[in-house]
Design a protein around this ligand. Structure first.
Ligand SMILES: [Zn+2]
Length: 175
């Protein structure tokens, strides 16, 4: 055992620890689940009719049709514009490209909620609702890319609620 061996072993242990942390975070999940995910309203209307209870109104639309609804009630927040919708569309397209899709069509519907609002409903700050595809978020940070990957995978037939696809490691940070 030389000091160099110790250093190597220490590095390997550090890498293993990092991998475990990333895996644990991935398993913690962001909230994408099957269609049984609780809807925001207790209304009995079908989820496809009312967009999982969030409705179809939107405040901004991207160049290729990503609809963005700013449902925040908090006073004083800067309202979202087509600029944000375009940026999200590009980010979703980047995730789709990484996952091997040639294009992202049609783009998902995105709703932005007040901090804590979504967490109170589904226990997470981000949620992907399938059929119809809806990305609900409490902020437009990295969480969006994670939900966008659920969307891409959902279009292939399995939104991967368990985060088992290798694409989580290569196309989106793991939550
Ligand atoms: Zn997830």
């Amino acid at each position: 055992m030389t000091p160099r061996d110790d250093l190597y072993r220490g590095l390997m242990l550090l890498l293993a620890a990092i991998a475990l942390i990333v895996l644990a975070l991935a398993l913690a999940g962001c909230g994408a689940e099957a269609s049984s995910a609780p809807a925001p309203s207790s209304s009995s209307s079908s989820s496809s009719a009312d967009n999982h209870g969030y409705g179809w109104q939107y405040d901004a639309m991207s160049a290729h049709g990503l609809k963005l609804r700013d449902a925040r009630q908090a006073a004083g927040v800067r309202r979202l514009t087509a600029l944000e919708a375009d940026l999200l569309e590009r980010r979703a397209a980047t995730v789709a490209t990484c996952a091997g899709e040639l294009e992202l069509a049609p783009p998902p519907f995105v709703v932005l909620l007040d901090p804590g609002e979504l967490a109170a409903r589904v226990g997470k700050p981000g949620w992907y609702y399938p059929n119809p595809p809806l990305i609900a978020l409490e902020d437009l940070g990295d969480l969006f890319d994670h939900e966008a990957l659920h969307y891409v995978l959902d279009r292939r037939g399995d939104l991967d609620a368990g985060h088992t696809s290798p694409l989580w490691a290569s196309c989106s940070f793991a939550l």
